[in-house]
Design a protein. Structure first.
Length: 265
């Protein structure tokens, strides 16, 4: 299973949806990943909890803290993703800050990710100048490297990033951290158009896609969206509500994803 489905969708003029969930944020987090697929996601991004998630806002920061407070470790999460590969039929992308990969060892992590069925990685704090060692290991293990382009990235550098990126290109929707916003940033549309001027690879917008209406607006130019904080907030709020059983929360996650998928279809 790989991320070629996103290119296939693009070629068929179908829009792709990639929700994000922080691993370990709640006890039953892996069941919620399955719920994401049930809702119609084309792929899923699983974030490894980290103590200093620099690109993430308060919602995902809280999810990371909850995961770490629960004792979640990279080793444990890899084991749960391994179990998930037998339950999912959509590609899994792992999002991690470079510290977690570097301290564990690039060769080891790349082989582990391949063995547990991961299709690619997103490493926000790994620059293209420092990418090669990880890119070499990723390539050797058939892992895609999804690279990010900010609204402030110059055109020439955007082309360099696009050339090195595989699976899809992650267009940041704004200059800032992840979180829920009232409206889609004008910068998101400009950023997608800039990226599309230098590549034919799928371009998905993430950061600042908070509602189905914003997702619909984004895919007027983008090939799809990444939705994180809206999903994570639903899960965090749900776990603190006594009326939410595991099954009910999974059902609500699926319902939220269906709403986004319907909006972009």
């Amino acid at each position: 299973m790989d991320l070629s489905i996103l290119t296939e969708n693009k070629n068929l003029n179908k829009k792709s949806l990639v929700p994000y969930i922080t691993a370990g944020m709640v006890e039953n987090w892996s069941e919620l990943v399955v719920a994401v697929e049930d809702g119609g996601a084309d792929a899923v991004e699983i974030g490894l909890p980290f103590s200093d998630p620099m690109i993430d806002g308060p919602i995902i920061q809280r999810a990371c803290k909850d995961a770490l407070d629960r004792g979640s470790t990279t080793e444990q999460i890899f084991g749960e993703i391994n179990f998930l590969q037998h339950k999912l039929s959509i590609p899994v992308v792992v999002m991690s800050y470079y510290n977690l990969i570097g301290v564990r060892g690039l060769t080891k992590v790349a082989a582990e990710l391949k063995n547990i069925g991961v299709s690619g990685t997103i490493i926000p704090d790994l620059t293209i100048e420092e990418l090669k060692p990880w890119a070499d290991q990723s390539r050797a293990n058939q892992l895609d490297n999804i690279l990010l382009v900010a609204p402030s990235t110059p055109l020439e550098r955007t082309k360099s990033i696009a050339d090195l990126s595989s699976g899809f290109i992650y267009a940041l929707g704004l200059m800032g951290i992840t979180g829920i916003r009232d409206k889609l940033s004008v910068a998101a549309i400009k950023n997608v158009n800039k990226i599309k001027s230098v590549t034919d690879k799928p371009v998905l917008v993430g950061v600042g896609i908070s509602t189905p209406e914003q997702a619909k607006e984004a895919v007027n130019v983008a090939d799809g969206v990444v939705v994180g904080s809206a999903v994570v907030k639903l899960i965090l709020d749900g776990q603190n509500t006594n009326s939410h059983s595991v099954n009910n929360l999974a059902s609500e996650v699926s319902k939220l994803i269906r709403g986004f998928k319907s909006a972009i279809s």
